[in-house]
Design a binder for this molecule. Structure first.
Ligand code: SAH
Length: 228
């Protein structure tokens, strides 16, 4: 169990401390691999990734890799966060649902771009940590819920965009239902190796699938699996 108090203390010189590492990460890992959307680059530049990792891993926060966040889960690799965010083609007025809050890093990046972000997480400890983190960082436009993301967040739907950051073996029907017509969802689908799929809901009954890049996410758990 993580020591929450210690983990969430404001660390001195926080935002400035890693400015250079963050700039280098954006240049070498994100821009160099083709990410262009200025809103995405700005959001990543303004989000202190080191605040979302365990304190002992802080010096590695800007490395080109996912990192453990406790509870057998990981914070996604910076490029993948940028890629998925860009794929959503956000203008800023969209209502967005995220499935798999985890550390909250992807959530915070989205919260820099859009006004309304909803995020669900199946692990209670991670939800609590993310909520405290957002509070400390003054991020007030994020709503969190502790629940099984296969069900989405029906009361708040439909959404303009959905981003899923854990991998199911198929596209959950309830998430398609909660997507507005014309809306987009980015989701990794598969077993140990997955494909990142961009879903566009073309009308009430149909959606198109655009297979993008191979990815590796932690599996999306079922409520039953979580309890075992
Ligand atoms: N976006 C996160 C990625 C975290 S890893 C980050 O950058 O930190 C994926 C997360 O999905 C884990 O926190 C895991 O607990 C969560 N998860 C797995 N199955 C889920 C489900 N069925 N519903 C909601 N969250 C789930």
């Amino acid at each position: 169990m993580v020591n929450l108090e210690k983990e969430l203390e404001l660390r001195p010189g926080d935002t400035e401390k890693y400015l250079l590492s963050r700039r280098k990460m954006i240049k070498d890992q994100i821009v160099a691999r083709g990410i262009k959307d200025p809103a995405v680059l700005k959001a990543i530049a303004e989000t202190p990734r080191h605040r979302f990792v365990l304190e002992n891993l802080e010096p590695s926060a800007y490395d080109d890799t996912p990192l453990p966040i406790g509870e057998n889960q990981t914070i996604s690799q910076p490029f993948i966060v940028a890629y998925m965010t860009e794929a959503l083609e956000l203008r800023g007025d969209e209502k967005v649902l995220e499935v798999g809050t985890g550390s909250g890093y992807q959530t915070a990046v989205l919260a820099e771009i859009v006004q309304d972000i909803y995020s669900v997480e199946i692990n209670e400890d991670l939800v609590i940590q993310a909520a405290l983190r957002f509070k400390k960082m003054g991020l007030t436009n994020i709503r969190l819920r502790y629940c099984d993301g296969y069900k989405g967040w029906a009361e708040e739907g439909p959404f303009d965009r959905i981003i899923v950051t854990a991998a199911p073996d198929h596209i959950p029907e309830s998430l398609i239902k909660q997507l507005k017509v014309g809306g987009k969802m980015v989701i990794p689908v598969g077993d140990s190796e997955q494909e990142l799929i961009l879903v566009t809901k073309v009308n009430k009954e149909n959606y198109s699938k655009d297979v993008r890049i191979p990815v590796r996410f932690v599996p999306m758990l079922r409520e039953e699996e979580r309890k075992n």
